[in-house]
Design a protein around this ligand. Structure first.
Ligand SMILES: Cc1ncc(COP(=O)(O)O)c(C=O)c1O
Length: 375
């Protein structure tokens, strides 16, 4: 049974959760913007100038300048013509996929794609096909089969639960060969890879990916999502994405905070560099522990759900909060503790967590052999 945990205090990477003081290793706040003077000020300015609510859907009550400025900034940052902000990343995926594919079309999704991508594919009414995780050769085979209608391929650039990166160059080539559109969700890549601009930019594929989705809710420390691409794409979404058309515009505070974070990120890469220093430090400190990926998403695979819960509880008791992730969020037999690193973590917090992880794993393995680790 899933249970919400109450957080009663928060300061940077520290929080009080279920009454216990913890260092938070569960957040996607990769750059520490979610509790930072830069974003607090941005949000406060936005509230002072624009109030607290958009009042209605953007097509109904008018489109306030603040959100348009953020969209221009996002488009410039991603190196594309235009961007459209949604109230969440989940809605950006739902809105984009359901607007771009219909019952005559096919959506081909990576097996480990985020729920919002899968839900978007289902909502579209298109035929949904799944390709094995990051397997461009199998995708090629699927796309080779003749079919009517258009084809949309959907993937993440950095996978939220595994922390690994998609083979974007191969995926772009494959989609081009078969005339398929490609949507890449950069939720966990923005602010982290490519100096902060994401994996699409890092791979030199700016403009080569038809639809880029991002979120304001992770590295930018705010709330909201966006789609970036051609002006024609954005016009289509303004007219057809129901998750955009039929919902109240994003709140000014969220736009102000995201804009402040983005401006800071475009001005200086210091936070991104600090994040990667932290990644190198923590990963070196846990050398020998099987941790997937090579970035700030650090899944420690335990296999059974019981082992994941036991490990997360040990870490929590020592003051380090990292959640156990179980099916259906991840496939059966791959339960894990998902540890996420941030630029906001101090060296002492990172070292303390690494030492506790090593200790807790060893203790659990000795006690009852529950650590069914496989990688
Ligand atoms: C890959 C991916 N896409 C989209 C989302 C949804 O973004 P948001 O939290 O802004 O709704 C998430 C968040 O969990 C995610 O991990």
């Amino acid at each position: 049974m899933r249970r919400l945990r109450g957080v009663t205090a928060r300061a940077g990477a520290e929080c009080t959760i279920d009454g216990r003081a913890c260092v938070n290793f569960a957040s996607n706040d990769y750059l520490g913007f979610a509790d930072d003077p830069v974003t607090r000020e941005g949000a406060l300015h936005a509230v002072r100038d624009w109030g607290t609510g958009a009042g209605a859907a953007r097509l109904i009550s008018g489109d306030y300048a603040l959100v348009r400025e953020l969209e221009e900034l996002l488009a410039a940052w991603k190196g594309v013509e235009a961007a459209l902000v949604f109230p969440s990343g989940y809605m950006a995926n739902l809105g984009a996929i359901a607007a771009l594919a219909g019952p005559d079309d096919t959506v081909v999704v990576d097996r480990l794609a985020h729920a919002s991508l899968i839900d978007g594919a289902r909502l579209s009414g298109a035929t949904v096909r799944v390709f094995p995780h990051n397997d461009a050769a199998r995708l090629d085979e699927i796309l080779r089969r003749p079919r009517s209608g258009s084809v949309l391929v959907v993937t993440e650039s950095v996978f939220s639960m595994d922390g690994d990166c998609a083979p974007l160059v191969e995926l772009v080539a494959c989609c081009r060969r078969h005339g398929a559109m490609l949507l890449v969700d950069e939720a966990h890549a923005l602010g982290v890879y490519g100096g902060g601009r994401g994996c699409v930019a890092a791979a030199g594929l700016t403009g080569a990916v038809d639809i880029v989705v991002g979120t304001l809710s992770k590295a930018l420390g705010s709330q909201g999502g966006f789609v970036a691409g051609s002006r024609a794409l954005i016009e289509t979404l303004v007219n057809r994405a129901r998750a955009f058309v039929y919902t109240t515009g994003i709140a000014p505070a969220a736009v102000g905070a995201a804009r402040a974070a983005l401006q800071e990120l475009m001005r200086s890469s210091a936070r991104v560099e600090r994040l990667w220093e932290n990644v190198r430090r923590w990963r070196a400190a846990v050398a020998g522990v099987p941790v997937r990926g090579d970035g700030p998403i650090c899944p420690v695979i335990t296999g059974s759900a019981g082992a994941a819960v036991a490990l997360a509880e040990r870490l929590g008791a020592a003051g380090y909060y990292a959640p156990a992730i179980r099916p259906p969020t991840v496939p059966r037999g791959t339960s894990r503790v998902r540890i996420t690193l941030s630029a906001a973590h101090t060296p002492a917090q990172l070292d303390g967590m690494a030492a506790e992880l090593r200790h807790a794993r060893m203790e659990l393995m000795k006690e009852n052999n529950v650590m069914d680790v496989h990688d």
